[in-house]
Each structure stands twice: as C-alpha cells, then as structure tokens.
Design a protein around this ligand. Structure first.
Ligand SMILES: [Zn+2]
Length: 381
C-alpha cells in the first residue's frame, strides 16, 4: 500500500452552476461513498483542507479576474463580465461561486503540499478544472486548480509533468505553462476539430524556453480502448523517460467513457483505468484530480477504481445492493462494450495515427522517438 491521502475541503459540494448543469457535485460525493462502501477509502485516509487564499489564486490568475469572480459571487453586477467568460450558458455566475472555487483550489493545493511532505499519492476528486484561463472562466471552470497546484509544486520540484486524460483538451493548464520549461503538459483528448475547446493540436508544442514542453495527443472521433491506449503508449512512456519528472499532476477526467453525453470517445471503465494504472506504476509521487465526466454511473465507477489503483489496494468488482447505482449497473468494470461500426473504427484509427505521427514530427527536435510501433501493439485485450 502507498502513502495515500484523499483531500476534501468544506464547500466543494457547493460548486454547482445550476440545478440542471451537467457538472454535478454528486459525482464526487457518490464516488467517495462507493469507495468507502467497497473498502477502498477509510476515514483515516481523508484530510480536510483549508480553502485557498485569494492571494495565492491571484499568483496564477490575474488579480482583476479574482476580484470579478468575488463580485459576481456576491450577486453584484460586473459591467462587461462576458469578457471574463461568465456570459455563456457553460459558466453562469452563481452566488457563492467565489468560496466554492477557493474550496476546490484549496483541496488541490493541499494535495500538492501533502506530496511535497512525503505522501506518494494525494487526490482531490473535486478538482481538475483545467479549462480556466488566466483571466477567463471556460468550460465549467472558474479557477484553474491544477495550475495553482503546479504553481505550489514548483517551490520544490524542477520537473513537473501535467498529464490530462480528460476527453477535452487541457487548454487552460497548457496555456498557463506554455512558456515554462519546468512543466511538461501532456493532454490526450478528442481533437479540437470536433470538440470543445477547439485546441490541442499536434503543432501546439510550447513557446520560448518552454518549446517542446507542451504535448497534444489529438484523437479522432470514436476512439475506443484500443486506439486510445495505442496513442498513449506511443507517446507518454517515452516523454516520461525523456523528461524524468519528479512529480506528476494527473487530471482524471472521466468523460472519455462511451456513455458520456458530451463527447464521442468510446472507452470502457477498464480501458481508461489503464492510464491511471500506468502512472501509479512509475514510482513518481502523484497529485491526482477529478475533471469532466457527465455520465454519473460511469464517473462514479471510474473514480472509485482510480482511487483503488492509486492507493494500490484491491477492489471487489461489484456495486453493492445498498448503493443507488446497483439497479442500473452491478459491476465496477464495464461488461457491455460500445458498439462501433467498422467505419467508425476506421475513422478513429486514421485520424489518430496521422495525428500521433505529426506530433512526433513537431517534437523531433526535442525528443528522440524510437522506431514506430505496429498499430494495435499494447492494446487492451
Ligand atoms: Zn472534459
């Protein structure tokens, strides 16, 4: 068993834009509950964090933006608030969003500090709000907690990998560290040609001193376990070998699942878990966060499995009768597999193979790749 902490912060459950918004805080509370029922998580694993200070957040976001969030959170108008991302249906301002956002960041910061103090793994499932920009809310994200965690980790570490397995491009974190050679951002996602936020293409590789330290694995639509894992294996292990990270920030968005309503990827619970497993086997301290994931029954099972994997403990493959999901699904792993036509598989492979090839070309001045592997090698059996 690894030294493992599960971090929470009072108020994270109030991070809710509206009653019908897809980013539901139940995703986190139910994952924790299932992990507890299944014996993965115990009271002694749980650490309660303080909210982040606005001053700390203003070291990553603009101080002006932090004030705008606070003002809107108090229900006061901010003229021109649309330029800060709050006019769209994705991010409608809500009362208390300042405190709720500081709570989310506080838990990720506490996770970073726990690892700096010697924990092997620290997890904040409420975090992973990777789309927030320097001065703009985006894609349900107000403050970029992974970016603030990285900012704190930089006090101790000089080589940090941010690995983002959410189905959407981890754009906010990428842009905030685009010129920073100490932070290698890697995002594996459905290509921005088909999906929000529209970025994350192979030619985005960092700038200035940070050139070569942004990596984007852009997948075709309908990427299934096989395509996704092939692309991951083609790129990620080599990057770890090259960059030699001292710590990993892992954003565990659960929206690549085939039942997710907001994207077109077609992963199973167990296909997605392979990446979490791989990271946990590297012997590098991990700060893990949640992220997207809008099919409740998939997210809860994926995050429970992720907690077990990161903690290094076995987990029974069942959803007990007392847990609400039991009537919908009775196993942690998927037993159904997504139905994809031959044409869909072709679309996924063609796009992904080309895009991984391009990525390697763009990064060739910085990373020495090995000979290309055969398609399908290392695929999920
Ligand atoms: Zn997402």
């Amino acid at each position: 068993m690894k030294t493992f902490v599960y971090i929470t912060c009072p108020g994270v459950e109030k991070y809710r834009f509206s009653a019908h918004h897809p980013l539901r805080p139940e995703r986190v509370t139910l994952s924790r509950e299932l992990a507890q029922i299944l014996g993965v998580l115990h009271d002694e694993d749980v650490v309660e964090a303080e909210p982040a200070s606005p001053e700390l957040v203003a070291e990553v976001h603009s101080p002006r933006y932090v004030r705008v969030v606070q003002t809107l959170s108090e229900g006061k108008p901010v003229p021109g608030c649309h330029v800060f991302g709050f006019a769209s249906g994705d991010n409608p301002p809500f009362r208390g969003m300042f405190e709720a956002s500081l709570a989310v960041v506080g838990a990720s910061v506490a996770a970073a500090r726990a690892v700096m103090d010697g924990a092997q793994v620290a997890v904040n499932l409420a975090g992973g709000l990777h789309h927030a920009r320097y001065e703009e809310a985006a894609g349900f994200c107000i403050f970029n907690d992974p970016a603030v965690a990285i900012h704190v980790l930089k006090q101790k570490y000089r080589r940090i990998v941010y690995l983002d397995i959410d189905v959407h491009h981890g754009d906010g974190v990428q842009w905030l560290y685009y010129r920073d050679p100490q932070v290698l951002t890697i995002s594996i996602h459905e290509s921005g040609r088909f999906l929000f936020p529209g970025t994350g293409h192979p030619d985005e590789i960092g700038a200035g001193e940070g050139r070569g330290t942004a990596v984007n694995i852009a997948l075709g639509r309908y990427a299934d376990d096989e395509v996704w894992w092939w692309a991951f294996q083609q790129v990620v292990p080599r990057l770890f070998q090259w960059f030699q990270p001292e710590v990993v920030v892992l954003q565990m968005g659960a929206d690549p699942h085939y039942t997710d309503p907001l994207a077109h990827a077609a992963l199973t619970v167990q296909g997605w878990q392979r990446a979490v497993q791989w990271v946990s086997e590297q012997g590098i301290p991990v700060v893990a966060t949640g992220g997207g994931g809008y099919s409740l029954s998939a997210v809860v099972r994926m995050w429970t499995l992720a907690l077990a994997t990161l903690k290094g403990v076995p987990v029974p493959n069942c959803i007990p009768p007392q847990f609400f999901l039991h009537h919908e699904v009775q196993t942690l792993y998927d037993t159904d597999v997504p139905e994809l036509s031959e044409r869909m598989r072709q679309i996924a492979w063609q796009f992904t193979e080309q895009s991984v090839g391009e990525l390697k070309q763009y990064l060739r001045p910085y990373v020495e790749w090995e000979e290309p592997h055969e398609k399908g090698e290392g695929a999920v059996p």
